[in-house]
Design a protein around this ligand. Sequence first.
Ligand SMILES: CC(C)(COP(=O)(O)OP(=O)(O)OC[C@H]1O[C@@H](n2cnc3c(N)ncnc32)[C@H](O)[C@@H]1OP(=O)(O)O)[C@@H](O)C(=O)NCCC(=O)NCCS
Length: 183
Amino acid sequence: MKNQFLKGKKIYLRDLEEEDLPNIQNWLNDSEFTRYLFQGDRPSNLQIMKEDFNKNLKNRNEIAFAIITSNNVHVGWAGIYEINWISRKGELRFFIGERKFWKKGYAAEVVTLLVGYAFNKLNLHRVYGGTNIENKGSIKVFRNNGFFEEGILKEEHFRNGRYYDVIRFGLLNKRHLKGKTSY
Ligand SMILES: CC(C)(COP(=O)(O)OP(=O)(O)OC[C@H]1O[C@@H](n2cnc3c(N)ncnc32)[C@H](O)[C@@H]1OP(=O)(O)O)[C@@H](O)C(=O)NCCC(=O)NCCS
């Protein structure tokens, strides 16, 4: 359990490392994984991924994590992106790459950890995220974590030969704390 930063029950989050990129490349080249994602429109190239990774290492406006199971398997990545330190907001993104690890409660736990981190360590006021309206798993993860539906972007995303609506979710720090005091 190297470099655990945010610790959950089933998974923990640690800093994303360059050595994690080949797994991510693998997942991004799987069309079932990217079925509802903005990524996956072209083959992922490891060299370009490494360059982007290294370019973003010093970007203080995004914080990326590897998702590791309690028995040390790298199953996905997640993070807070587009952090705006004046409006104190950031976008949550999360991906469980290995299909055999879907529906085990991992993403739900990841989002709980990220929300607690965003509100209680980074002092963000608002977190938000969006997903293809047919991505039932992702929608459930937002809803189960107390996010509110903020709107629907009509025909926002072209994939699989058609346009899809995208649903946006948000959560305010104060609203969240009203119902839950455990963070
Ligand atoms: C969508 C995704 C994040 C869900 O992750 P996960 O770890 O399987 O989700 P969880 O196990 O925490 O599930 C949370 C809830 O959603 C449900 N769920 C998960 N995947 C589902 C699916 N494909 N269809 C219907 N429900 C689903 C779970 O059963 C669970 O429901 P419950 O709270 O009633 O028990 C994961 O499948 C994934 O990363 N997919 C590919 C990339 C992606 O779409 N990322 C999200 C971008 S916004």
